[in-house]
Design a protein around this ligand. Structure first.
Ligand SMILES: [Zn+2]
Length: 465
């Protein structure tokens, strides 16, 4: 994510539900099917979501935890008029299951009728009603009437060495922590709207006064739906990848020239990062303009879709930098997952660093490294460890983005560019479509650098884990 303006966040009282007891050996694979009806004018969507959860661990479990991340925006921004309400939870045969809602509806606990044994698959079907608020940061309806609906669905919580991830929301960072999963999405909307999703479009069918869209989203770490009456479509080819742009010219600064700049930048970055870190894993990347709120806009990454704020300091480099950063998240967030609450630098600093490399490769003379070094050396963060949890950084932007980026730059300078980029490529390969921690990265650095004292000094200076 990159914010265009700092937001004034209201304090939020959080209550964490107690997690599970002793840690069992649990692991899961997930497949989801969503079938919904979107009414943009009425600002509602009703959908059912079928979750097929396979236990790939060695212990059984009777409980499953799900996140419903869209409700985080309501909690963080105190919007009263938007909610994703779960109205029913049943098994595959329609029998009701016990469930509890917590954390303002971000977290759901579901009790299965019978324990889910290793190798078995449980089906949980959720009925949901969405009421869509005015844009709250990344979620809702913009003044131009553009809908952005990230995380409107339920997503099985990660089960890791700490058990189920039921960490409460934090005010800083993007807050997500998820495995990849496959999604089949069917959504109907009134004629006249253009819809897009962070997956491959399978079919668009005209029904009576309604258009039905079907998408398949494979290996996605999240789900996002966008819709607008005003979208125009643009297209580029980046090697084998189709870049699909959906832009609303009714949104300030979304001009023909700016659309071209963003599309060209996205195509360039896809190819550049593909060569550097491994091929982009999907057939399509969707690019859209960030929806404008009353005093903010947020560029954001999803798995296979990015939103780009079109001001970008009013300069070509600013707009391109934002695009490069969000495309880089397709590697550092979407392909290689991490916990955005506990170690947000693993996606943000790496995307910032990769974005700067891309900026250089594109021939820009924007002084990105100097800007990062200045921010990273500020009094408030100059001793900050980059791998702190999101809410422990004295100044989140400077500590996570700038200081994290500088840490990677210093490692590259100490090890040599080729050696360090080989470490990053190996780190991506080792955790491709998985989840990585800071210790995985530092182990990869040490495996390549041996007992290099300069590298150890940099790790000790910047990293606590
Ligand atoms: Zn970011």
């Amino acid at each position: 994510m990159k914010r265009a303006m700092l937001l004034c966040l209201l304090a939020l009282a959080l209550t964490a539900l107690a997690g599970c007891g002793g840690r069992a050996d649990l692991a899961f694979e997930e497949r989801y099917a969503i079938d919904g009806d979107l009414d943009p004018a009425g600002r509602t969507m009703t959908y059912t979501q079928r979750a097929e959860i396979t236990n790939t661990g060695t212990d059984e479990t009777k409980e499953l935890w799900f996140h419903l991340y869209a409700n985080m925006y309501k909690g963080l921004f105190q919007t009263e008029d938007g909610d994703v309400a779960v109205t029913s939870v049943t098994d595959g045969a329609g029998a009701p299951l016990r469930y509890e809602r917590s954390q303002e509806g971000v977290l759901y606990w579901v009790e299965l009728a019978v324990p889910l044994a290793p190798g078995e698959t449980a089906v949980v079907v959720f009925g949901c009603e969405v009421t869509i608020p005015d844009l709250a940061q990344k979620y809702g309806v913009s003044k131009a009437g553009d809908l952005q609906l990230p995380g409107f669905n339920l997503q099985l919580a990660v089960y890791d060495e700490n058990g189920w991830d039921t960490d409460p929301l934090q005010e800083e960072g993007d807050g997500r922590y998820a495995r990849t999963a496959d999604y089949d999405v069917t959504v109907r909307a009134p004629e006249g709207y253009a819809l897009a999703c962070n997956g491959d479009e399978l079919a668009v069918t005209d029904l009576a006064g309604v258009t039905e869209y079907r998408y398949r989203c494979l290996d996605r770490r999240d789900l996002v739906l966008i819709a607008s009456k005003g979208y125009v479509r643009r297209e580029r080819q980046a090697g084998d990848v189709r870049v699909l742009g959906y832009f609303d010219p009714n949104t300030a600064m979304v001009t023909e020239t700016a659309m071209d700049q963003v599309m060209d930048a996205a195509a360039f970055a896809l190819q550049y990062f593909g060569e550097l870190f491994g091929p982009y894993p999907h057939q399509t990347l969707v690019v859209t303009n960030a929806a404008l709120g009353t005093n903010f806009a947020v560029s954001m990454e999803y798995s296979g879709l990015i939103t780009v704020y079109f001001d970008g300091d009013g300069s070509t480099s600013g707009k391109e930098m934002v695009t490069y950063h969000e495309v880089a998240h397709q590697w550092f967030y979407a392909a290689v997952g991490s916990d955005e609450n506990r170690e947000p630098w693993l996606d943000e600093a790496f995307a910032e660093f990769a974005g700067y490399l891309c900026l250089e490769a594109a021939g820009s003379d924007w002084p990105c490294w100097e800007i990062a070094a200045n921010a990273a050396g500020a009094e408030q963060v100059k001793d900050d460890k980059v791998d702190l949890p999101a809410d422990e950084h004295p100044v989140y932007q400077w500590g996570v983005y700038d200081r994290g980026c500088l840490c990677l730059k210093e490692l590259m300078d100490a090890m040599g560019r080729d050696a360090f980029l080989a470490v990053l490529r190996g780190y991506c390969q080792d955790h491709w479509m998985g989840i990585a921690a800071t210790a995985d990265f530092t182990a990869a650095v040490r495996a390549a650098a041996g007992s290099d004292g300069a590298v150890e000094d940099i790790l000790a200076k910047y990293i606590q884990n």
